[in-house]
Design a protein around this ligand. Structure first.
Ligand SMILES: Nc1ncnc2c1ncn2[C@@H]1O[C@H](COP(=O)(O)OP(=O)(O)OP(=O)(O)O)[C@@H](O)[C@H]1O
Ligand SMILES: [Mg+2]
Length: 502
């Protein structure tokens, strides 16, 4: 193959390789940024929901406090009123009310558990609250309490410490905000150890994605986002990346295949071009030899240089044979070009094989005899007719005989047989010549193909003979095959379907 073509293929290959590397790199980048993007989206959603919950908690506290404010107006009825308030405010679990001095006004002892330390809470309260009123979330045990100064309309401000009920929070806020969420993601409230406090749906078969913190109203909890297993953004992006990789791999594969096919095509083409130029050289040579002989002998005869009648006869014979050989050669080449142009027609008629075989053998009688061939011709009696173009089959047979003569060495034996085999009639041409190497046997029927290249073992030829044979036999719905061993000889078999038996 030429340098230029090799360079071209190299360039295409290199370009594909670069493309593949770039695609792989950008795919990885894309995957990373897609992961980031999806995560950010998930985080945004979780943050928004967390804010909503926080707001709802604050609002619930505000409402509760507003009502408590009314309940504590009358110091004398404080206990009963706060009891009533508590009954209708399930959001809070426990409530403590201190006087500014630290006296516990509510609940009356004995109450559930010891009250929270007034001093501790007072430290968290900015002084301004004692006049204006206001609230703070203060850590209490492992939870958080809402500490509020109730000042409005009171002679003396009171400190209320309210502890939320987990039940109330769950029912009034979490259920309302979280259960309504649509989509496949699950948002759940978890504690510091990622243990679920509340989840609208069971978390089996889900994967933890991320979690965000609430505000100060819910400091010890977080809102966590879960995705159904296999559907997490990471998995989805990963799957997409895989799909893309597979598709791209396929594409690169197709390019490689195409490249390979193109490479083979170009190689075949250049091989064909070489064979064609060999063909032209071979045909010219093949035409020249008989022409030179004809010319030499006819000139000798013309100048009356032949000593006697017998010699003259011999020279005439040479001229006749050489012109026959010339016509065979020209017929071969012309027929070949007709076949190539799709113009070769066959006129099929049921005909006997025997006369065809004998005609061909007659045509080769002289060269066979002259080169000392031992010839055996064996045509089975009562062979059925064959639907054939007798001229074409004769031409095919002549090509096989011609090859047998041409490719024989010192053992000069030719055997031609015709016999019946099942539905077929077989015509075999066998020699004991140079033979054909096993790996080349499949190629000898290709056009221009010659074993060992252009000057096959010193014998000239155009390389179209067997291609012609194959085409002719194919047109008769027959098959041609070869069995051969190097140094032992070759046996070509033409199988033709027998016409309707008589
Ligand atoms: N009987 C045979 N013994 C050994 N080699 C053979 C025989 N017949 C054909 N071949 C090999 O097969 C090749 C193709 O044969 P084919 O008849 O097509 O071409 P050719 O004989 O070279 O040229 P031509 O077109 O003149 O017949 C030959 O070149 C030869 O190498
Ligand atoms: Mg030949």
């Amino acid at each position: 193959m030429k340098r230029r073509e090799l360079l071209l293929f190299g360039a295409v290959f290199l370009a594909s390789a670069i493309l593949a590397v770039l695609a792989a790199l950008s795919l990885r980048q894309w995957e990373a940024s897609a992961q980031r993007h999806v995560r950010e989206q998930a985080r945004d959603m979780a943050t928004m929901t967390a804010e909503k919950i926080e707001m709802a908690v604050l609002k619930a506290e505000e409402e509760g406090l507003a009502r408590l404010q009314l309940a504590v107006r009358d110091r004398a009825l404080l206990r009963e009123r706060v009891d009533a308030w508590k009954a209708e405010t399930p959001f809070f679990d426990r409530a403590y009310i201190f006087a500014r001095g630290g006296t516990l006004l509510y609940p009356a002892p004995p109450s559930e558990g010891p009250p929270p330390s007034f001093e501790e809470i007072r430290r968290e309260i900015p002084p301004g609250f004692w006049d204006r009123g206001g609230r703070r979330h203060v850590p209490l045990g492992d939870g958080v309490a809402c500490a509020a100064v109730l000042a409005e309309g009171l002679d003396e401000p009171l400190l209320a410490v309210l502890l939320r009920s987990e039940q109330g929070l769950r029912r009034e806020i979490l259920e309302k905000t979280l259960a309504g969420l649509e989509g496949q993601s699950v948002l759940a409230v978890v504690d510091r150890t990622n243990r679920a406090i509340y989840s609208p749906r069971p978390l089996d078969d889900t994967e933890y994605v991320l979690s965000v913190a609430f505000g100060e109203a819910l400091p010890s909890w977080r809102l966590a986002l879960y995705e159904p297993a296999g559907l997490s953004p990471r998995d989805t992006v990963h799957r997409q990346a895989w799909l893309f990789t597979a598709a791209f791999g396929l594409l690169v594969g197709v390019i490689a295949l195409g490249l390979g096919a193109a490479y083979r095509l170009v190689r075949r083409e250049s091989e064909m071009a070489r064979l064609k130029s060999d063909f032209v050289a071979n045909v010219s040579h093949d035409l020249k030899t008989p022409l030179a002989l004809i010319r030499m002998f006819s000139e000798t005869l013309e100048m009356n240089r032949a000593p006697d009648e017998a010699t003259r006869r011999e020279y005439y014979g040479v001229i006749t044979r050489e012109s026959e050989r010339l016509s065979r050669l020209i017929d071969n080449v012309l027929d070949f070009s007709r076949i190539e142009g799709g113009r070769r027609r066959y006129e099929l008629a049921p005909s006997p094989l025997e006369p065809v075989v004998h005609e061909v053998m007659e045509a080769f009688r002289y060269p066979l005899a002259q080169q000392g061939f031992k010839v055996s011709v064996d045509v089975e009696p009562d062979l059925p007719d064959v639907l054939m173009d007798a001229d074409a089959i004769g031409q095919a047979l002549a090509n096989l005989v011609d090859n047998a003569i041409k490719y024989s060495d010192t053992r000069r034996r030719l055997s031609v047989t015709a016999r019946r085999a099942g539905p077929d009639v077989l015509v075999e041409v066998a020699d004991e010549g140079i033979g054909i190497p096993a790996d080349e046997q499949a190629h000898v029927f290709e056009k221009f193909y010659r074993v060992g290249r252009s000057d096959t073992q010193g014998r000239r030829g155009s390389g179209v003979g067997l291609a012609l044979v194959a085409h002719i036999v194919g047109a008769h719905r027959g098959r041609v095959s070869v069995k051969s061993q190097v140094g032992q000889g070759s046996r070509f078999t033409i199988a033709l379907p027998a016409a309707e038996t008589r």
